[in-house]
Design a protein around this ligand. Sequence first.
Ligand code: AMP
Length: 396
Amino acid sequence: MKEKKTLRDLDVKGKRVLVRVDFNVPLDEQGNIVDDTRIRASLPTIEYLLDARARIILMSHLDRPKGRDPRLSLAPVAKRLSRFVGREVKLAEDCVGESVERAVAELREGEILLLENLRFHREETEGDENFARRLARLGEVFVGDAFGTCHRKHASVYLVPKFLKPAVMGFLLEKEINYFKRAMVNPQRPVVGVLGGAKVSTKLGIVKNLLERVDKLFVGGAMAFTFLRSMGYSVGSSLVEEELVPTARDILETAKSRAVKLYLPVDFVIGREVSENTPTRVVPWQEIPQGWMGLDIGHVSLELLREIIGDAQTIIWNGPMGVFELDRFKNGTFETARMIAESSALTIAGGGDTDHAIHRAGVYNAIDFVSTGGGAFLELLKGNSLPCLEVLDDRA
Ligand code: AMP
């Protein structure tokens, strides 16, 4: 990973600074913001720019509108942000066009203008060059701070920084990348990976990359059953990806040859179907009966996990240990969250479900860093680079 310039490397006083933030917050039916974590996460960059007396132009997408849709206006975000920064945040009528250019021209030092939802224009997700140039024209400096969309080649995140220089990282992006490097590039050892989720197929890249970087890897969630099947055990009607059984066998071999300890759960909470009302039992891993499926990890597995992370200096976690959406099967995931939160290791977690589980388990503040980006975090875990980071200016 190349070192990138950050906001700290520039003098932005009086400059029109175009910042791509991620204000893609969840809204309820009435259009109220349900969770403003992402707005809060961009405050360090915005407050720095206010102190530096820049002219601040913020841009973001919100959800997936098909064309202009008043229900997906960034108006509630402008209101919430203005409360956080203690001053007015103006909302532009659109994100490109004459009225926006006028509003930008009128912007004084220390003022904030939020552009309207970028995805009101389909050119944003299509990665349209002309659209990107119209956005780029608005600023004199580009700041990339939308970690959550860094894996996408959309116009505002990937093309604008090619047309508008200097283009540097904001503080959220810098923090995301720094934590990731601390966990995966220069970690304090032992490093423990904790991986869960539904499918080996979607996590294959992550498993392979983690095997090169961690000392121990615990694989829970439904993924565990494809591994158990590859070892010759019968797993009842648990979720198994038959076509990946040979791959799972290879992964176990690779782990052995690299001296990475790969652990699987040793007991499961089983049910007859994925439902809140199904009868349940707890059984050792080799005793899942026909007609039953593993839907969560059991207490013995949690004790095993406690031992595994006992001497860890670094823990990186992605993916639920069971069907945590149902009360009957949430314990394994929530206990994992609590256990990781209690650890004195550097703890990093990410992914949509993982983030959700950490919030629901009430341990968000006890984990050192919870990534704000689902897909982008997974790309980093796979060892892939992020296109929107690559296009930012290198530090000489
Ligand atoms: P992923 O997006 O791959 O991280 O998978 C998350 C999903 O995996 C969640 O919706 C969980 O309900 C599901 N999941 C975790 N463990 C199991 C399991 N044992 N059986 C079925 N689904 C599971």
